[in-house]
Design a protein. Structure first.
Length: 370
């Protein structure tokens, strides 16, 4: 459903922000203040002293240490949910029940089931829901999409993404706690790549994949490999978060050219075709979420369209669930509560001359069809 123009006729959108963590310091928080016809008027964090400190440093008029108080603030028109994914559905539905639109951090939730609850809750309340897949409005990725659409590569025939990083050498915090994040670093970083492919080519199809844990001390996956069709074009992608090397490379190949760029970096795009090699510089803005935030504000005021909604974001979560279902023995339930049943979980080494005595693993379920 389209609820664009929900606040049509208003001069400004006044935002409340739940969560004042690192992502809000530069990436997102200032964007709500610097976007046209937008203002950040209240922030919330459970540790009140940290909320007060954030408000003071960023010039925000009010702060709270309870979610309910911020949502109920009559001067708050819309709410930005900047907490880990385990609270996205809970807080989002509270915002919808209060009759206010929401802009939620990515990934949208821990699994598709929670995404569905959110989408249905906002549709039932006839409210717009947006998700922070901000690469849909960054200049470098808009340029990439235009090059593909305009035929700079000829007919596109292949898509590849590779990501490697030594994330196994740090603790990882909530990002590798399934009850908080819904999985490993794949949920955090892989979701951006999958959403970007959706933005370039439309919904992915014929998705297949595997995941494992080969080097990390945590229980969640640290490696993922998948294949898919992107607009009918064959594609592959892989993530290795237990690697000694770092890699972050998209390659889109066509009959007449090749386009290369990173997902996480800010370096120029490399286009090679009959015209030669071109390095296209499209630097990121100081606050990378600001262009998408501006599109949300424009959408609410009936002056534009936001390209990242609950419906589009759900598709990225759905793909991740399809790829990870074998590892977790299903993803549609609260799988984070039953880690002992995860078929992909790395088992402790067997002692010499005996077994661990662990219960046999259940068969891998068939994932429900799309």
């Amino acid at each position: 459903m389209n609820f664009a123009g929900y606040y049509m006729g208003r001069p400004i959108i006044r935002w409340g922000m739940i969560g004042c963590g690192a992502v809000t310091e530069t990436k997102s928080g200032p964007g709500f203040q610097k976007a046209d016809r937008s203002s950040l008027v209240a922030v919330m964090r459970r540790q009140g002293e940290l909320a007060a400190d954030y408000a003071r440093r960023h010039g925000v008029p009010r702060w709270y240490d309870h979610v309910e108080a911020l949502i109920a603030d009559s001067t708050v028109d819309a709410v930005y949910i900047a907490t880990p994914p385990d609270t996205h559905a809970e807080y989002g539905l509270q915002v919808a029940a209060a009759g206010k639109p929401a802009y939620v951090e990515k990934p949208m939730a821990r699994n598709t089931t929670e995404c569905d609850r959110m989408v249905e809750g906002f549709q039932r309340s006839r409210l717009p829901l947006y998700v922070a897949y901000y690469r849909r409005r960054l200049p470098r990725f808009l340029t990439a999409r235009d090059l593909i659409a305009d035929g700079a590569l000829g007919r596109v025939t292949g898509v590849r993404y590779q990501c490697s990083a030594p994330r196994h050498k740090d603790e990882g915090g909530w990002r590798v706690q399934a009850e908080k994040s819904g999985g490993g670093h794949f949920l955090d970083i892989g979701s951006h790549a999958l959403d970007l492919l959706d933005f370039f080519f439309g919904p992915l199809s014929e998705v297949a994949g595997v995941a494992g844990n080969h080097g990390a001390s945590c229980l969640v996956e640290d490696t993922v490999a998948m294949s898919f069709l992107a607009g009918g074009i064959p594609g592959v992608a892989s993530w290795n978060f237990a690697s000694m090397e770092r890699e972050d490379a998209f390659a889109i190949t066509g009959t007449e050219g090749r386009l290369e760029f990173s997902l996480l970096g800010d370096e120029p795009l490399r286009l090679e075709n009959a015209a030669g090699v071109q390095m296209l510089s499209r630097p990121n803005p100081a606050h990378v979420q600001q262009p998408l935030i501006q599109s949300v504000v424009d959408d609410l005021l009936g002056q534009g369209v936001c390209p990242s909604t609950g419906e589009t974001a759900r598709r990225a979560s759905r793909i991740m669930d399809m790829v990870l279902t074998g590892y977790y023995g299903g993803r549609m339930d609260e799988f984070w509560r039953r880690p002992e049943t995860w078929p992909g979980r790395r088992q402790p080494a067997k002692p010499a001359g005996g077994t661990t005595g662990a219960a046999p693993l259940p068969p891998k379920p068939i994932f429900p069809g799309t």
